[in-house]
Write a protein that binds this ligand. Structure first.
Ligand code: C6P
Length: 417
C-alpha cells in the first residue's frame, strides 16, 4: 500500500462527521481539546459499540450455549452472530475457523501451546522478525524452553523494513513455524506478509500472522493471504477490551489439542478420559466474554459502514501529511521510515526523553501519545534507542490534530533545550 497511489478524494469520507460517533474524542484534557494519538495502544469506541453492549446487558444477557430459555437463546444468537460478522470481516471460509479469545496475546499463546508444542523439539526453531511485539516472542520462548529448540530472527534494514531475501534464506528445514507481525506497532512498517506466506508455504512451513495493527486500518482477507493463523485484538479495532479473535485454517484447528480445559469444550467427560468438542468450542473453555463479542460484532458493522478501503486511504493521506510536518520540526528524528507504512510515527527529539515529551504534550497541549519501548525491546535495541515517542493515528484523526502535535513538540523542545 503506497501513500501515493490511493486517495479519499470523491469517496465521501467525512472525518468531522465520523468524529461525532466517538464520544470520548469530545473532551478537554488539562484545559485543551483532547488530541488522541495513541490508537496503536487502543482505539476509542464508537457510540454504536457502547450502545450494543448497553443493550445486551439491559435486555439479552444470559449464559451462552446452555439455557433453553429466551434470554439464553438471545445471548447465544448474539454471540454466534458476532462470530459470523468476524468471519465476513476477515473473509474466512468457515465460521468455525473463528475462535474468540481474550486478546491478541491469548491467541498467540493458544497456538504456541497447541499447534506449536506438537511441532517443536530440540532440533526445531520458530522464525520471527526483528520487529515483533513481545506477545509474539515470549509465548514461543516459553514453549521452546519446555520442548527444546529456539528462535531465529529475520533481520531488517535501517528503514525498519524486513529484508525478504534474508527471511527466505532462514526458511530452512529446522523451522517448524513462522510467526510475524503484519504491521509493526512500534514503527508502522507494513510487512509483505502475502509474499512471506508464499515463501514459507513453498517449503511446507506454516505461518502465524499478528494482525493487531493491520485489522483496524486496512482490509484483511485471510483466504487471499493464505495464512495458517491470523490474530486480531478487538480493542485496537475500536471494540471492547478483553476480546480478540484467532483465525485458524479448519485443517489445523481440527487437529489441534485443547489448551485450556473446562465447560463447553467437551463432548463427553468421565473421570478416566474425555472427548473434546469440535472447533471453535474446543478452544473456548468456560463462560466466554459474551458482551465483548457482542461489542466486537457492532464494531465490525461500524467499520464496514465506513469502509476499510476508505479508512486505509484516508490514513495514508494523514500519514503523508504528518510525516512531512513532523520531520520539519527542528530536532525531530523519525525512527522507522519504511516505504510501505501504516499511520504510526515513532520519533525522538534532541535533548528530550520520550517520557518527558509524552508528559509535556499531555499537560500542555492535551495530546495523547505513547512513549517507551512499545513492547518491542529487540527493535529498540536495533535502532540504538531505549525508547521513542509514538504518534499513532486512526481514521478519526485530522490534519489540524497533526498541526497541534507538531507545535506541541516544537514547544517541548524549547522547554528542555
Ligand atoms: N500493542 C501498543 O501500544 P494485546 O495487549 O493482547 O491486546 O495486544 C498485544 C499486541 C500484539 N501485537 C502487536 C503488534 C501489538 O501492537 C500489540 C499491542 C500496544 O503498541 C500495547 S503494548
Amino acid at each position: 500500500m503506497s501513500a501515493t497511489l490511493i486517495t479519499t478524494a470523491g469517496s465521501g469520507f467525512d472525518v468531522e462527521k465520523l468524529r461525532n460517533d466517538f464520544p470520548a474524542l469530545h473532551q478537554d484534557v488539562h484545559g485543551k481539546p483532547l488530541v488522541y494519538l495513541d490508537n496503536a495502544a487502543s482505539g476509542q469506541k464508537p457510540l454504536a459499540v457502547i450502545e450494543a453492549i448497553d443493550h445486551y446487558y439491559r435486555h439479552d444477557h444470559a449464559n451462552v450455549h446452555r439455557g433453553v430459555h429466551t434470554l439464553g437463546e438471545r445471548a447465544t444468537a448474539a454471540y454466534e452472530g458476532a462470530r459470523e460478522k468476524m468471519r465476513i470481516f476477515l473473509n474466512a471460509r468457515d465460521v468455525n475457523e473463528i475462535v474468540f479469545v481474550r486478546g491478541l496475546t491469548e491467541a498467540v499463546n493458544l497456538v504456541a501451546n497447541t499447534f506449536g508444542r506438537e511441532r517443536f523439539g530440540p532440533d526445531k526453531t520458530v522464525l520471527l522478525t526483528r520487529m515483533e511485539h513481545h506477545s509474539n516472542i515470549i509465548p514461543w520462548q516459553l514453549v521452546c524452553a519446555q520442548t527444546g529448540g529456539g528462535l531465529k530472527v529475520a533481520p531488517i534494514n535501517d528503514r525498519g523494513e524486513l529484508i525478504v531475501e534474508e527471511f527466505e534464506k532462514l526458511l530452512t528445514p529446522d523451522v517448524a513455524l513462522v510467526a510475524m507481525v503484519h504491521v509493526s506497532n512500534a514503527i508502522g512498517t507494513i510487512n509483505p506478509v502475502r509474499e512471506c506466506i508464499a515463501l514459507a508455504h513453498a517449503r511446507g512451513i506454516p505461518i502465524l500472522v499478528d494482525g493487531a495493527q493491520a485489522a483496524p486500518h486496512m482490509p484483511v482477507d485471510v483466504q487471499d493471504l493464505d495464512c495458517d493463523f491470523y490474530c486480531v485484538a478487538g480493542h485496537k479495532m475500536f471494540g471492547p477490551t478483553g476480546i480478540g479473535v484467532l483465525y485458524g485454517k479448519a485443517e489445523h484447528l481440527e487437529n489441534m489439542p485443547p489448551w485450556q480445559g473446562g465447560g463447553e469444550m467437551i463432548r463427553r467427560v468421565t473421570f478416566d478420559s474425555s472427548d473434546y468438542a469440535a472447533p471453535p468450542a474446543r478452544f473456548e473453555a468456560g463462560t466466554p466474554n459474551i458482551a465483548g463479542a457482542v461489542g466486537l460484532g457492532a464494531t465490525v458493522d461500524y467499520l464496514q459502514s465506513v469502509g476499510m478501503s476508505s479508512i486505509a486511504a484516508y490514513e495514508q493521506e494523514l500519514l503523508t501529511y504528518a510525516t512531512e510536518i513532523l520531520s520539519g520540526v527542528e530536532g525531530v528524528r523519525l525512527v522507522g521510515t519504511a516505504q510501505d507504512k501504516a499511520a504510526v510515527i515513532s520519533f525522538v527529539v534532541d535533548g528530550v526523553h520520550p517520557h518527558d515529551l509524552g508528559t509535556v504534550l499531555d499537560r500542555q497541549a492535551g495530546v495523547a501519545i505513547r512513549a517507551g519501548h512499545h513492547c518491542c525491546m529487540p527493535l529498540m535495541e536495533f535502532f540504538g534507542v531505549p525508547a521513542t515517542a509514538r504518534a499513532s493515528f486512526a481514521f478519526y484523526n485530522t490534519r489540524d490534530e497533526v498541526d497541534v502535535l507538531a507545535s506541541a513538540v516544537a514547544n517541548a523542545r524549547k522547554i528542555f533545550n
